[in-house]
Design a protein around this ligand. Structure first.
Ligand code: PA5
Length: 431
């Protein structure tokens, strides 16, 4: 049973426009599947829901149990694809105020995703008197931001617990063989998890990169993988007519050709904020190259209707909007009538907050479509592990197909090196 459904009725064109891409999509589908087992192709994520490493999966669950038992804080050190996926899943599936709530799982905090001294000092301030475990995640093992944060927090743990106990509290997720982090982990004897060679950073959430932090947060990673497997089976149809994932990729490209070069992913659920951040990285880094690509932007509605809403309604007409609609909220509130009605809000009395939220969504979609912003709706049955697993796979596959339609390689990120070269020069790094 699928938990993800798409509605293209407000995208602004007809079935025949989509079906013009039928052969091109079939070709991309066949190429992706033919190359899926080639280690050099960065397509390891394609069959991951079927062939993930079961032995490592059990080790992840065991490590998560140990971490839950001995720590109050779990610190994830990583940047880009090495933390956004975990954060997206954790924040979409746990209590909105998870870190403030009393849980039988540790608080999950993040470091190594910026270079702010304030951030690190404030973090040390917060976790200083708590029991802490660290997961440092870096595929290359050489990324500056997590490497600096790890140096600082490794010393923090060693000072707090002594060198031997610190080793029990450090978990490393990195390449199987290479990189400074792998060398360091081997030297120190830290427990290590592997990012497969053929899975790139932004496609790695369903490997140990995402799964260890997600499991520590108490989320059922079996169900998450099951959701991804449902999507893998469902979206394996080469026929564009029946494959909503490929249709999303095609519709984006048609819109792009019609000068709609900014896609806004809009959610009406604050839990989805980091899912949007993950999606932005996936699409931005995969497609933005060779002076091409749709710019992926994100908004949290209704909050941002009061900041970005004006631009979306009446600014430059180069936007389209993809709305995440969640059919069934985790909980709801019925708004009570008030005898005096001094706030004038009795028109919503007896209605639920979710109902009001949905009407805000429907009213906004209508306004934006009428204002010249084409719209795609992605409906999720509810926020649970299976649905999120399915959505992750949906977006990954659509991104690969969309990048191919655009004519770029969706699995490299040559542009990311540019700032690093300058930064290293300014810092006097010897190559
Ligand atoms: O998608 C990618 O490959 C990148 O965004 C990486 O995830 C990010 O740059 C972090 O790299 P690393 O895991 O090597 O530290």
């Amino acid at each position: 049973m699928s938990n993800v459904k798409l509605d293209f009725s407000n995208a602004g064109f007809q079935e025949k426009n989509i079906m013009e891409y039928k052969e091109q999509v079939e070709k991309i589908h066949n190429e992706l599947n033919e190359k899926a087992d080639d280690e050099k192709e960065f397509l390891g994520w394609l069959k991951l829901p079927t062939y993930y490493d079961r032995v490592e999966f059990i080790r992840i669950k065991k490590a998560a149990e140990k971490i839950k038992a001995n720590s109050q804080v779990f610190l994830c050190i990583g940047i880009g694809g090495s933390y956004l996926g975990a954060r997206a899943v954790i924040e979409s599936l746990t209590h909105t105020f998870y870190n403030y709530k009393k849980n039988d799982t540790p608080q999950i905090l993040y470091a190594g995703n910026n270079l702010s001294p304030n951030y690190i000092n404030d973090l040390i301030d917060i976790i200083g008197d708590k029991d802490v475990c660290i997961n440092v995640i870096s595929k290359s093992g050489t990324t500056t931001e997590p490497a600096i944060a790890f140096r600082i927090f490794r010393e923090f743990l060693e000072n707090k617990y002594g060198i031997e106990e610190a080793k029990n509290r450090i978990y490393v997720t990195t390449d199987r063989k290479k990189g400074a982090l792998k060398t360091l982990a081997d030297e120190e004897g830290y427990e290590t998890f592997v990012i497969p060679d053929n899975v790139g950073g932004r496609y790695s959430v369903l490997t140990a990169v995402g799964l260890l932090p997600i499991a520590v947060a108490g989320i059922d990673i079996d169900k998450l993988m099951l959701g991804a497997k449902i999507a893998q089976d469902k979206y394996n149809d080469s026929n564009l007519k029946y494959n909503e994932c490929y249709r999303y990729a095609v519709v984006r490209n048609i819109l792009y050709k019609n000068r709609k070069n900014i896609e806004i992913l809009a959610n009406y659920e604050p839990k989805m904020h980091y899912f949007t951040e993950w999606w932005k990285q996936l699409y931005g880094e995969s497609e933005g190259k060779e002076t091409k690509g749709i710019f992926p932007a994100g908004v949290d509605f209704t909050t941002d209707l009061h900041s970005m809403g004006q631009y979306i309604q009446e600014g430059r007409r180069n936007l389209f909007e993809t709305v995440i609609r969640i059919e069934e909220p985790k909980s709801d509130i019925t708004i009570k009538p008030d005898e005096d009605n001094l706030d004038g809000m009795n028109f919503v009395a007896g209605k639920t907050l979710d109902f009001v939220n949905k009407k805000a969504m429907e009213g906004t979609v209508e306004a934006h479509v009428n204002g010249g912003v084409p719209n795609i709706i992605i409906s999720l049955a509810k926020l649970d592990e299976e649905t999120i697993g399915e959505l992750i796979y949906f977006f990954e596959l659509a991104c690969a197909v969309s990048g191919n339609l655009l004519g770029v390689n969706p699995f490299n990120q040559p542009g990311v090196e540019e700032y690093k070269k300058n930064m290293f020069r300014l810092l006097g790094k010897k190559s």
